[in-house]
Design a protein around this ligand. Structure first.
Ligand code: CU
Length: 174
């Protein structure tokens, strides 16, 4: 049984390999087709562009406008991200920086509120990707995390009432 299965599998592979060039002749060559034809069938995907890299990001919390600066950030997939959050003076309120799954901003803000100030208004869970603790005015907080898979992820301040205005988008490039 084992032998016949192996033979069958081998026959399929040969068949597959034989079909490929024939297909290629019929269709005009395109960059994607030639790349996939050249690559062996069982290759693992290449590592993300940011693998092994560390990216430094600096975000300020602006109390006067109640906003993050910048409101857009970009990192390569697989990178290690070191982010510092500077709570700019003048300002009286603490702020934090939380990277969350798209669409979970309101829920995480509400859950964070329920956790209270001692927990930095942070509710941990699968939708929370990275966060700093509450950062007092005139001070800086930080967080190090691995960039999530390519996509766009919102970041918010979960201090009560802030998430709707203190927000931005982190883009993870493939
Ligand atoms: Cu805030």
């Amino acid at each position: 049984m084992r032998t016949s299965f192996t033979l069958l599998a081998g026959a399929c592979l040969v068949l597959f390999a034989c079909e490929k060039p024939a297909e290629k002749k019929e269709t005009p060559p395109s960059p994607s087709a030639s790349t996939s034809a050249a690559a062996p069938i069982a290759t693992t995907p290449p590592p993300p562009t940011g693998e092994g890299k560390t990216v430094e990001l600096h975000v300020t919390a602006q109390a006067t406008t109640m906003a993050f600066d910048p409101t857009t950030l970009t990192v390569p997939a697989g990178a290690t991200v070191h982010l510092t959050l500077e709570n700019k003076k003048p300002g009286a309120l603490p702020h934090n920086w939380a990277l969350v799954m798209p669409g979970t901003e309101a829920k995480l803000a509400a859950d964070g509120l329920a956790m209270g100030e001692a927990a930095s208004y942070i509710a941990k869970g699968p939708d929370l990707l990275a966060y700093t603790e509450l950062v007092k005015p005139g001070t800086t907080g930080e967080v190090t995390f691995k960039a999530p898979p390519p996509g766009k992820y919102p970041y918010i301040c979960t201090f009560p009432g802030h998430y709707m205005v203190m927000k931005g988008v982190l883009t993870v490039a493939p």
